[in-house]
Design a protein around this ligand. Sequence first.
Ligand SMILES: [Zn+2]
Length: 102
Amino acid sequence: MSEMTPKKCGQRRCLGCLVSDDKGKLLRVVVENGTLRLDNKQSFQGRGAYLHRSAECYERCQSAKRWEKALCLPAGSLKLRDLQRVLGGVFAAPATQKKIRL
Ligand SMILES: [Zn+2]
């Protein structure tokens, strides 16, 4: 697999829609000591996978295989429910319904 287009600096590919975007617009998920975690400050070392803050992209990445590949994990080591636990809070409410109640 080779890509013809050069990689743009600071751009990462969303695992949901597979579109490259500015990494500031993407959530970063890393594996640290075998644990999946959300890297809010994008400061963790190691290999990360990226995802738009979009429920649509989240729906599209419900494949453990895709995450394993992105994070260089052995096949079968990632559980989809772990992913859902890590990302569930972020995507619990659809953005269109997000309202602040006082
Ligand atoms: Zn996306």
